[in-house]
Design a protein around this ligand. Structure first.
Ligand code: COI
Length: 355
């Protein structure tokens, strides 16, 4: 289905940020996409308007019970000037699963992708060109009905905003220091860890804050029941290379089904590597280190891309991974993924979509 959305252009376009000083998620483009939901009309009134504040009642349900979901995706500029998206259908599907889990009425099939394309098309000049930069795309849906009883809202807003970004971690591809979290938990099977709901990220803030205070950039989450098995790194999926086997957690219900995670698994299998989606205990990671078999650890995500881990700390014992340097597999994956995303490398899986 092809949608046409009316556009109201800004009368006060902003200047573009300096591509040399782009950090993550602090600057926004000139326009945003909005669409309303109410019970009488369903999803309606999709439109592009100047970026600016939203007017909501203090009683809007989202402020009280966090009925909200979001997505994260990126727009890239190819060397020949095309605007490219990476696997937008996956974000669309995942967002609709997230909606279903917390009783938000799903958008009509494909509408999120069409809204993203329409906005990126209008804002294509905002896609930065410098290596390591991109246009981060943030679609989100939240409850707007002014009602503080606890039930699903009858009114929602779907919004897409765009932000030209540099690397998620200030150090770019420099390996990160990761603290293994054994006090707090992120999720358990049957909870909401496998959807992209804002509330999942709120519960991680205290943990991240404490990790920062200890000098670490993020945490490695362990499973919420036994506190034994590795799950995610901060807001990304986690991969471990042990004795030639690349291991990541299976999608047990508490892990976010990352689009970069899926792309990494697909590439590794194409390259003929031994890949396992299996439970991996933190003890096994430490034992592998002691036996000289822990080759690499890295995180994968839309924002983080491939983010190598240089140090792990669990119960005060620190491991220096690959001498604190980026490992060859992490580098190869980063080069291959960003090469495909930027339209510089062959795209054998048909992942890239031109706007
Ligand atoms: C992403 O990788 O897109 C995320 O959603 C992570 C984060 C910025 C919340």
């Amino acid at each position: 289905m092809h949608y046409q959305f009316p556009v109201t252009k800004t009368t006060a376009p902003k200047g573009k940020p300096d591509p040399e000083c782009l950090n993550f998620g602090a600057t926004f483009t000139d326009h945003m996409f909005l669409m309303d939901y109410n019970v009488e009309n369903g999803w309606h009134n999709g439109r592009i308007v100047p970026y600016g504040p939203l007017c909501l009642e203090p009683a809007a349900a989202v402020f009280h019970y966090a009925q909200e979901i979001f997505e994260g995706m990126k727009g890239y500029r190819s060397p020949d000037g095309r605007a490219l998206l990476f696997r937008p259908d996956m974000n669309d599907r995942r967002a609709m699963n997230s909606c279903e889990r917390i009783c938000i009425p799903p958008l009509p099939e494909g509408l999120m992708t069409e809204a993203v394309k329409a906005l990126v098309d209008l804002e294509r000049d905002w896609i930065p060109e410098k290596e390591g930069t991109s246009l981060y795309i943030r679609p989100f849906i939240f409850a707007t009905e002014p009602f503080i009883g606890v039930r699903a809202s009858n009114e929602y807003l779907f919004v897409v905003i765009l932000s030209p970004v540099g690397p998620y971690y200030a150090g770019g591809l420099a390996p990160t220091r990761i603290y293994v979290e054994d006090k707090y938990v992120r999720s358990v099977p049957g909870g909401t860890g496998e959807i992209k709901a804002g509330g999942n990220y709120a519960v991680g803030l205290r943990t991240e804050h404490e990790a920062h205070e200890k000098g670490y950039s993020q945490v490695l989450w362990l499973d919420g029941i036994e506190r034994k098995y590795v799950e995610e790194i901060g807001t990304s999926n986690a991969f471990f290379v042990i004795d030639g086997e690349v291991i990541t957690s299976p999608l047990t219900g508490s892990i976010l089904p990352g689009i970069t995670r899926d792309s990494v698994l697909t590439l590794l299998r194409k390259w003929g590597l031994k890949v396992s989606e299996r439970k991996l205990s933190i003890q096994e990671v430490y034992d592998a280190f002691d036996q000289g078999k822990l080759e690499e650890v890295f995180a994968s995500g839309t924002a983080a891309v491939i983010s190598p881990v240089g140090e792990l700390c669990w119960k005060d014992r620190k491991l220096s991974i690959n001498g604190g340097n980026i490992g060859p597999l992490s580098q190869k994956l980063y080069d291959e993924l960003t090469g495909i995303q930027l339209g510089k490398k062959e795209d054998p899986f048909g992942w890239v979509v031109e706007v």
